[in-house]
Design a protein around this ligand. Sequence first.
Ligand code: NAG
Ligand code: NAG
Ligand code: NAG
Ligand code: NAG
Ligand code: NAG
Ligand code: NAG
Ligand code: NAG
Ligand code: NAG
Length: 182
Amino acid sequence: MKLFIVLAACLYAADATIKCVQGNTTSSTASDCTDASATKCSWPKFKEYSGFVDSTVKFACGACAGETKGSTCEECTSNSTVACNTLETGADFKCHSFTYNTSTKAFVMNANTTTCKRLKTTTISCNKPNGTATNLTYTDNGCGNCTSTHCETCTTDSCNKSNALRLVALFVPVIAILYHLF
Ligand SMILES: *[C@@H]1O[C@H](CO)[C@@H](O)[C@H](O)[C@H]1NC(C)=O
Ligand SMILES: *[C@@H]1O[C@H](CO)[C@@H](O)[C@H](O)[C@H]1NC(C)=O
Ligand SMILES: *[C@@H]1O[C@H](CO)[C@@H](O)[C@H](O)[C@H]1NC(C)=O
Ligand SMILES: *[C@@H]1O[C@H](CO)[C@@H](O)[C@H](O)[C@H]1NC(C)=O
Ligand SMILES: *[C@@H]1O[C@H](CO)[C@@H](O)[C@H](O)[C@H]1NC(C)=O
Ligand SMILES: *[C@@H]1O[C@H](CO)[C@@H](O)[C@H](O)[C@H]1NC(C)=O
Ligand SMILES: *[C@@H]1O[C@H](CO)[C@@H](O)[C@H](O)[C@H]1NC(C)=O
Ligand SMILES: *[C@@H]1O[C@H](CO)[C@@H](O)[C@H](O)[C@H]1NC(C)=O
């Protein structure tokens, strides 16, 4: 009888061992958890366009530590065959960012682009202030979709030309041609 209980417990434990991705990066591999009582896997929370919220959070067996669930960490219920805590990131891309000049009351494009992060299936998105934006109505940083009102998006790497800028760029040669014609 005792042997049976021990055997049953062992079988149950073996059956209950779940798989989790374990390590520091998205390419870390999935393996059986050493803690047979674990039912959950956890992983670092990823925010679209800006990346991992806290780079010290790992892909691991077990629930999120402390009060981190939803803020810097995410968790899922796993099983013995497929680790649930997988995350695939897409290639980084770049966006221009803008600084508001409070004396001219206009946004100026910063010299350097910003690197933006995304998940594998997320499309490229950059944002920029529109023609009437101020520091109060455009508060985004270049990466991703608009969260502020006076904001426009474009969808290719390092895209930046606002409609107004593009118009200026188009009109300069046109004006030059007209000037030479007449
Ligand atoms: C994971 O990161 C920790 C420090 O945060 C480091 O000590 C450890 O070696 C890293 N593990 C791997 C597999 O890179
Ligand atoms: C484990 O989970 C995966 C994905 O959630 C599912 O496809 C698979 O059927 C599950 N396997 C078992 C044995 O429950
Ligand atoms: C704002 O624009 C003015 C006029 O072009 C310039 O002199 C000033 O340096 C700019 N301020 C900043 C913080 O870039
Ligand atoms: C926004 O710009 C105004 C001038 O247009 C300035 O007085 C104000 O301090 C700026 N606010 C911030 C948060 O930069
Ligand atoms: C812009 O990038 C260049 C080259 O990477 C670097 O030397 C420079 O310090 C950067 N400028 C700013 C304002 O970050
Ligand atoms: C900027 O966006 C705001 C809010 O959508 C809109 O009211 C305004 O007309 C836009 N300005 C330009 C120049 O597109
Ligand atoms: C960004 O906006 C586009 C177009 O509205 C949408 O298809 C996409 O899902 C959005 N991306 C995210 C991460 O919300
Ligand atoms: C973005 O703007 C800068 C400065 O106007 C220009 O040099 C660059 O070619 C532009 N990039 C794109 C993709 O339009």
